[in-house]
Write a protein that binds this ligand. Structure first.
Ligand code: BTN
Length: 255
């Protein structure tokens, strides 16, 4: 069965330490996670459809039935300035869960050079004064076609593999991989995850455009540091970039 319903998510519910919130349709699972009070740590919000899905950089995220729209709600011990690394933790986990995928730094998941999944991390200070983080993930799973303006940049697992897959199984795998990576991050920071992240990087070695404060510069992506930053070279100068400060584009196409 392709459809995802509440019943199929029972295995996910049994595994997670927090609560499972499931919606036939909602505005945005990130918004739901951040606006609700008293959400237990390690809860997961899942919607079959979103009518106001949010993307990075103020963009919207097309969220018709067929994809996975989920938010993992966590209350990390990590310092606020290290929160941006959580997007890389989620990227590493998603890429592991989506067969043959790679990561365009910091956290777009790509299949055959097109984006199959995106991550939006948002945070707030909860009532109890602790930091709460919503790790939103959108995955194009069984989508058959995209609007024309997206079709040269976006793809779905179905479009690339010809196979329709069970969303509940992929959700379970994403949760397993995310919580494993997150536990390691909470203990040791990004360093232990950086090798597996780097193996999946589609950015290292590429000529890229760095967009910062409205200006773009051409550079070569050299490496990902143990803190998840991108090391680049412009001419004879090297620089370390943090994912919160810049946006990166490929020179040839999307990656
Ligand atoms: C991106 O622009 O690449 C990030 C897209 C993130 C989309 C997901 S879908 C589930 C969660 N809820 C939202 O409103 N956005 C994220």
């Amino acid at each position: 069965m392709i459809a995802t319903n509440r019943e199929e998510l029972k295995r996910v519910e049994d595994k997670i330490k927090g609560r499972l919130y499931w919606f036939e349709e909602t505005d945005s699972t990130n918004k739901q996670a951040l606006e609700r009070e008293n959400v237990p740590d390690r809860s997961v919000f899942i919607a079959k459809k979103q009518n106001a899905g949010r993307g990075r950089l103020g963009r919207s995220w097309v969220s018709e039935d067929g994809g996975i729209y989920m938010t993992i709600y966590i209350m990390p011990k990590t310092k606020a300035q290290d929160i941006s690394a959580i997007t890389l933790v989620a990227g590493a986990a998603l890429s592991e869960a989506i067969e043959n995928s790679k990561i365009k730094w910091p956290n777009d998941i790509i299949l055959n050079d097109k984006k199959v999944s995106g991550i939006l991390v948002q945070s707030k200070i909860s009532n109890s004064g602790e930091m709460a983080v919503a790790v939103g993930m959108g995955i194009n799973v069984n989508t058959e076609a995209f609007p024309r303006e997206l079709s040269d940049k976006a793809t779905s697992i179905y479009k690339e593999s010809g196979k329709k897959i069970k969303r509940a199984e992929l959700i379970e795998s994403v949760c397993d991989k995310f919580f494993k990576a997150y536990d390691s991050f909470e203990r040791k920071g990004f360093s232990e995850l950086s090798e597996s992240y780097k193996k999946r990087s589609a950015t290292i070695g590429k000529e890229i455009l760095i967009i910062k404060d409205g200006e773009s510069k051409r550079a070569t992506a050299l490496d990902i540091t143990e803190r998840g930053e991108l090391k680049v070279r412009y001419g004879d100068k090297e620089e370390i970039l943090n994912s919160g400060e810049v946006s990166v584009r490929g020179i040839m196409g999307y990656v």
